[in-house]
Design a protein around this ligand. Structure first.
Ligand code: AMP
Length: 281
């Protein structure tokens, strides 16, 4: 496994591999890797001749400085996990390499970055757009793998690729969960054992919402979900929204052609957890 730190070197290598006709898969990550990330790597390895994984904690997508400082970093372990999982190339640039000067890329994602995460994390998706567009320039792969765990991020990236006409296939991958149902996340490392155990209620609630959608209205389910989450005194709900899969607008009934998901953001102390479930596809 090759570890590359500069844009110039990775770009030249990818271009020369593509000239040889190699099919390349790309998995962008912020490190602190877990089975969720590795499932993306496995999909890329299965579907491509070469897999590139980037490990870069992107400062521009953190709207909260403390969150950026606390974000877990474990590069040596990441590299070893990637090498054990058949990754061919790791791209691990420095902040300076990705942002040599104040970056001015500004995106207009319409409604997609105004709701849910966008409403509560101002600037977050513009930061995601900045880094992912730069990474796609550095690593012009055939396909890029993203987790449905970050449901809204996936919608934003698909929109960015459409707007910038980037020639890359975006491959959505299912959410990988811990045994108790908690969606795997690098941030789970920051939870206490008690918080981690109790956080199983998040997926239980989402699963129940999906079940209830067969017999109850959106309004009834929202009220039920809010009351349920309130029962967990060690957690604070930021939002619970039932949205159209394409527009991300909240829905008022189950009739839409685009599919429907329930999305939540919940604080366990200072740790922010997000999760979602597809109710209708
Ligand atoms: P991150 O390092 O958090 O930026 O995540 C890198 C990629 O891994 C993103 O596409 C995430 O959606 C994906 N990912 C993170 N956690 C999971 C999970 N539990 N299941 C599937 N994909 C995930």
């Amino acid at each position: 496994m090759k570890i590359i730190k500069t844009i110039k070197e990775i770009h030249q290598l990818i271009i020369s591999l593509q000239k040889e006709g190699k099919k390349i898969g790309f998995v962008p990550t912020m490190g602190a890797l877990h089975e969720g990330h590795l499932s993306l790597v496995k999909s890329s390895v299965a579907e491509n001749e070469l897999t590139v994984v980037s490990v870069f904690v992107n400062p521009t997508q953190f709207n909260n400085k403390k969150d950026l400082e606390k974000y877990p970093r474990n590069f040596e372990q990441d590299f070893s996990l990637l090498s054990q999982n058949a990754c061919d190339i790791v791209f691990a640039p420095s902040d300076n390499e990705m942002y040599p000067e104040k970056d001015k890329r500004i995106f207009d994602f319409g409604n997609l970055d105004k709701v849910m995460e966008g409403k509560h994390r101002p600037g977050h998706f513009n930061g995601v757009g900045q880094i992912v567009s730069k990474l796609f320039e550095a690593v012009p792969a055939n396909s890029a793998y993203f987790g449905l765990k970050d449901f809204q991020q996936l919608a934003v990236i698909q929109e960015m690729v459409r707007q910038l006409k980037i020639d890359i296939k975006i491959v959505p991958c299912p959410i990988i969960r811990e045994e108790n149902g908690l969606a795997m996340s690098s941030r789970n490392e920051l939870l206490t054992k008690e918080q981690r155990d109790e956080a199983s209620f998040i997926f239980e609630t989402l699963s129940e919402i999906k079940k209830l959608s067969a017999t109850k209205s959106v309004e009834e389910i929202e009220a039920w979900g809010l009351a349920k989450i309130k029962e967990y005194k060690n957690f604070n709900l930021e939002y619970l929204e039932i949205v159209d899969n394409k527009t991300l607008n909240t829905v008022t009934n189950w009739q839409t052609g685009n599919g429907i998901s329930a999305c939540v953001a919940i604080f366990a102390g200072e740790v922010r957890l997000i999760d979602n479930i597809q109710i209708k596809d």
